[in-house]
Design a binder for this molecule. Sequence first.
Ligand SMILES: Nc1ncnc2c1ncn2[C@@H]1O[C@H](COP(=O)(O)OP(=O)(O)OP(=O)(O)O)[C@@H](O)[C@H]1O
Ligand SMILES: [Mg+2]
Length: 461
Amino acid sequence: MYLCFLKENRLNSSLSSLFTQLGLPGSLVKNLTAAGMTEPKPIQKQAIPSMLAGRDILGIAQTGSGKTLAFTLPILARIIAAGSKRKPKVARALILVPTRELAVQIDESVRLMARNMYLSVALVLGGVSRFTQIRHMASGVDILIATPGRLMDHVREKNISLSETCFFVLDEADRMLDMGFIRDVQQIARLIAPERQTALFSATMPKEISHLAESLLNRPLMLEMAPQGTTAVGIVQKLYCVPLRDKKKVLAGLLALPDFRSVIVFTRTKHGADAVTRYLEKAGYPVGVIHGNKTQNARQRALKGFRNGNLQVLVATDIAARGIDVPGISHVINYELPDEAESYVHRIGRTGRNGASGDAITLYDKSFEETRLRAVEKVIRKRLELQVMPNLPEIVFSTKAVEQNSEKSNPLKPLQYPKINSLSSKDPRKRPARRLDQGKLSRIRNVGKNGRKISRFAKAG
Ligand SMILES: Nc1ncnc2c1ncn2[C@@H]1O[C@H](COP(=O)(O)OP(=O)(O)OP(=O)(O)O)[C@@H](O)[C@H]1O
Ligand SMILES: [Mg+2]
């Protein structure tokens, strides 16, 4: 027993020392160990010592490879080492991100690592009350996590100053430097003292943006774990040819397959996201939606429901393509290919994270998406071959739902897709209909609005 204890203790200290060896203080290593993290990821091994030494960094590493801790840990370590130097309305470190959801997520991660350290962490984002944010910043902030628009409002109103900020991070840097954000980001960068340490991280960095990135950095160290645009290794990419008019039916059919447990569906537009969501709701799926026209509360509620497993499906625009870390997403479905090819890498990167595996399926209509497909293939440096669609279960709507269905075509009509000759035992058509859907139906029935009963079943082959 005593020997066992000794052995375990030795093992623990040798594992946690992997982070200690990178130069991180014991307090951080303790919090890492408590969060179950004992071994640094490759990008962390490279970035942490260099950032601790004060270098500017341009870090390119695949989705889900641990970039967040690669920049938050060294900043925390340097702030801890510098001691308590907070000044009212002054931010010591700034992490700038493109979306509110990502800001919330990074805030949670930083707080987890900064536990029991009396550091002040503040979150600034649009769509929520500014007064709480002002209050949190009043006595000074060690780490400020922000989206650009709301941060600029606070700077203009003199609620926070960046003149003494020593650490500046752009996560999803290529997105932060593209047309949508560049003016705000350049303005913010000008407010921060030039002696600052700057770090830029992303899984993609198109050539046109990289010169802008370099203009923000001072003799940077380039850390490229894989060439930019490389997709994560655990993701199996599939391309199915589906005419636009059939996409909703095919999507509903795919979602009825047993291994589609936790699925994020990306559409190109907010309107498209709403239309797909309505269709899936009518088909009886537990589904949430995230896009820019939703209130911040509704966005957070949908993400929370998806994260905790109450929602099988999250329909989203590219607002959820970058950075969002929900462990256990089994499938990403591109209902349409994105306008910006890099988005494909980020969208599919919501699965296959942190060494896990996952499927990324693209529903492709050759008649209008060919240019987009070629652009994606150029970014990922791979051809996406068309695959045979598996036989899909028939989706049956309740009569009322069918009446309300905006689709012109009859949703009761069985789907006509190439048949697979030999059906595996996993194929739902091999199972009795009741067995396949018994569990799902009980969940799904709760979803119908106004007491409307919605049923869905897979027909036995
Ligand atoms: N050293 C580690 N040990 C175990 N898990 C880790 C480690 N580092 C990070 N993770 C976990 O890996 C997951 C992915 O990390 P993270 O979100 O930082 O990826 P990322 O590289 O920023 O991805 P993206 O490009 O999609 O933003 C998270 O759940 C995180 O907690
Ligand atoms: Mg990230």
